[in-house]
Design a binder for this molecule. Structure first.
Ligand code: NAD
Ligand code: DAU
Length: 349
């Protein structure tokens, strides 16, 4: 089987690529990534020489190029993760999100349509999406696969559009397709613009910990390797045309996570208890900030038998250990463009 994985140099994509390359030596894995600020081949150093792995540098919005690689490699299946993924950036530059997330998905679907039209047997377009398409919850209830779409940021609207395109191509052209919508991921190799690695990095460097609003917003956190395991299960056992929600039943208020990280870091860095928490700084809220996300992953458990493999406490300890042991990685990815982004995002708050 020849599998095209898009966005495989990013956070979740690199974990998915590693899992597939190691677990399925009989599959040929092609990782297509434009290597934007968020993509980093250092994430895949340990598997880059595997005989069943190839890297292709390219942009999913480049239609001629995408058609060329489909023609050249004859992909049987696609796992589509490439995207602009950070909500704050979508508030600064919405058009980047429309271009990559909407147009890029359409370009990939068109290639699948063209090259699979005569024989769709065994083919699959697996689209990796987010729980944010469902909107924002109050303090009760969960997102299920039947929750109506109600995206509220340019990021979530662009992901919702891409989900609709995948369903439309499945319905109209018979492209075999599945979609999964996952909650917030955390773990190694996550770009330090996202809450958990940003806080870890700032604690290490004694920088202010910017908590948006009152820190009362709630997210449902899942260890990235458990997301990759869920993608593996859905890829092999999911029903074409279906959607699967993925989540850890692990809701946390932002401020509670930040305090927990401060405690863990004080212990690991041998600082007096309470030292890191002094860095907490409440800043202006994110525009249109969704209050709460919480996933009901009951369908995935009941139909395909997936449940998370580790607790949040275990996952967070191992994540903190990874960032402490890999400060070089953080230094590389935060040099250059990220410094400008950080100043623009946090200096005026
Ligand atoms: P990420 O930002 O870490 O990685 C995105 C990758 O896509 C990068 O390697 C980047 O170089 C690549 N990319 C961006 N634009 C591209 C283009 N035009 N052509 C080719 N490659 C391009 O993102 P992530 O957090 O790993 O998220 C991966 C996917 O999972 C996204 O589709 C996201 O919407 C979805 N998702 C993320 C989370 C989360 O918590 N991070 C949760 C649910 C779903
Ligand atoms: O729910 C899934 C989504 O989770 C994914 O689809 C997105 O790709 C991913 O980025 C993530 O979106 P969030 O906006 O929830 O994640 P982020 O890490 O940016 O923020 C988590 C919460 O922390 C959110 O309520 C905003 C808050 N926050 C974030 C940052 C970066 C702060 O309080 N301070 C910060 O500096």
């Amino acid at each position: 089987m020849k599998i095209l994985i898009t966005g495989g140099a990013g956070f979740i994509g690199s974990h998915v690529v590693r899992l597939f390359v190691r677990k399925y030596p009989e599959y040929q894995i092609f990782n297509l990534d434009a290597l934007t600020y968020a993509g980093n081949l250092e994430n895949l150093k340990d598997i880059e020489r595997s005989p069943n792995y190839s890297f292709i540098k390219g942009d999913i919005t480049d239609e001629d190029f995408i058609q060329q690689i489909f023609a050249g490699h004859g992909f049987d299946r696609v796992i589509h993760l490439a995207a602009e993924s950070h909500v704050d950036r979508s508030i600064h530059s919405p058009m980047d999100f429309v271009r990559t997330n909407v147009l890029g998905t359409a370009v990939l679907l068109n290639a699948a349509r063209k090259f699979w039209k005569d024989n769709a047997e065994g083919k699959l377009f697996y689209h990796v999406s987010t729980d944010e398409v469902y909107g924002s919850l109050t303090d009760k209830g969960f997102f299920t696969e039947e929750t109506p779409y109600d995206p509220r940021s340019p990021y979530s609207a662009s992901k919702a559009s891409s989900d609709h395109l995948v369903r439309a191509y499945n319905h109209t052209f018979g492209i075999p397709a599945v979609i999964s919508n996952c909650s917030n991921n955390y773990g190694s190799n996550q770009f330090p613009e996202k809450l958990i690695p940003l806080m870890i990095n700032n604690i290490i460097h004694n920088k202010p910990l910017p908590v948006y609003g009152k820190g009362a917003n709630v997210r449902d956190w899942l260890w990235v390797e458990d997301h990759a395991r869920a993608i593996d299960v859905i890829f092999h056992k999911g029903k074409s045309g279906d959607t699967y929600n993925i989540g850890g039943h692990n809701e946390w208020k932002n401020i509670d996570i930040v305090h927990l990280l401060c405690q863990i870091m004080d212990r690991k860095l041998k600082r007096t208890e309470g030292t890191s928490a002094l860095l907490i700084t409440y800043v202006k809220d994110r525009a249109g900030h969704d209050f709460r996300y919480a996933i009901d992953a009951g369908k995935l458990k009941a139909e395909l038998g997936w449940v998370p493999s580790i607790t949040f406490e275990e996952g967070l300890e191992s994540t903190v250990d990874w960032y402490l042991a890999n400060q070089e990685w953080t230094n590389h990815v935060t040099s250059g463009e990220y410094q400008q982004y950080y100043t623009a995002q946090y200096s005026k708050r």
